[in-house]
Design a protein around this ligand. Sequence first.
Ligand SMILES: [Mg+2]
Length: 271
Amino acid sequence: MTFLFASDLDQTLIYSKRSMGKQAVESDLREVERYEGNPQSFMTATGQRMLHELAEELCFLPVTTRTQSQYERVTGIYKGDAAPKFAVISNGAVILEDGEPIKEWSDHIRKQCVSKKTIVEELMPKIDQHFSEEWVLRVREADGWFVYLIIDREKFPSEKLAFYTKTFREIGWSMSLQGRKLYFMPESITKAGAMEYVKERIGADYVVAAGDSLLDLDLLESADLGLLAAHGEAVRSRIPVSAHIETTEKRGIEAGEEILFRVQQEILQHK
Ligand SMILES: [Mg+2]
């Protein structure tokens, strides 16, 4: 049986100091990402060991909204130089195979975005129109696929989020608020679509998916078992989910560990 574990990274498996929660014990942390010389993301020692062990028994597929350069910094999710064969990055717009983007996949996604007019050039004027406020610190474009704003959470008017979400959905963009980042994602770019492509390529029979944000929900819905981190945006939004999706009991970096325990159990059951 070929088992696929398709998992989001940030705030699902790996955590920054800001997102890990106060219960995290310093001596139990393992650095998994370094940025500009500083440790940036962590797992617990147990979590990291479990993930490294799991990778020998199943196909571990990182599924992240990170761009290629952001993803390539996360070297602690695998042992030594045994990077996963496939990785879904840029929220599904790009699939890496042995570290190289699969061109036919991204060409296919690009065509869909162009035909639906959900391209960055069309979005920018709308962003300018709605978001000139003081809480927008920076506007970032992710390799030409989507846009995110770095915002000041203290000043951000949360009560307007539902209005923004509706406004942008009407022109084909999904929104997601994760920490200090407010994402605008074309509807054609999904984690589920890219996961299905990899599932087909490796001939997987069973998929466990894990995530925390609204951008992860389609991935979890299309899996056989979905694991949702209790602290995340998806749980907070109270969107109804299917019965095969479970929410963790723990929060923060410990939820990451709980997810990996659950995957381990699931493998044992299906062996
Ligand atoms: Mg996440």
